[in-house]
Design a protein around this ligand. Sequence first.
Ligand SMILES: [Fe+2]
Ligand SMILES: [Fe+2]
Length: 137
Amino acid sequence: MASWSADLELGNPSMDDDHKQLVMLVNELEYSVDHRRSSDVIRAQFEDLMTVADRHFCHEERMMRQAGYPDFRGHKKLHDDLTRDLHTLMRQIASGEGEVSHTTIEWLKGWVGGHIRGEDRKLAKFLAERPLLSRIA
Ligand SMILES: [Fe+2]
Ligand SMILES: [Fe+2]
């Protein structure tokens, strides 16, 4: 089970709140896969995760634009790549060709943890050094 840990905390309350929610949704999905809950439940949870991830990525991208973040394009591309992969998987699930497996969960946990500790940490540091700009986001 993935859990929220201190090294995921970035000190930016709006980013941290979103990240906690994302980690919680991945945990719930993992619980459902582990306990072989129905495919309808798993699909609904997967859709919730996609919705929250979409909203969170838009939020970070808005903050990056407003603060003039120098690596906006690189960071956004990582968001776009994950979004595309999630939508591909969602289509496969909806058509019965794919499912949320343990491998999917491990991939998601790795992506979320790695992204927060890497690109998001850099962004939070940049915003912290520009408090006036980040406050209007
Ligand atoms: Fe993030
Ligand atoms: Fe991000």
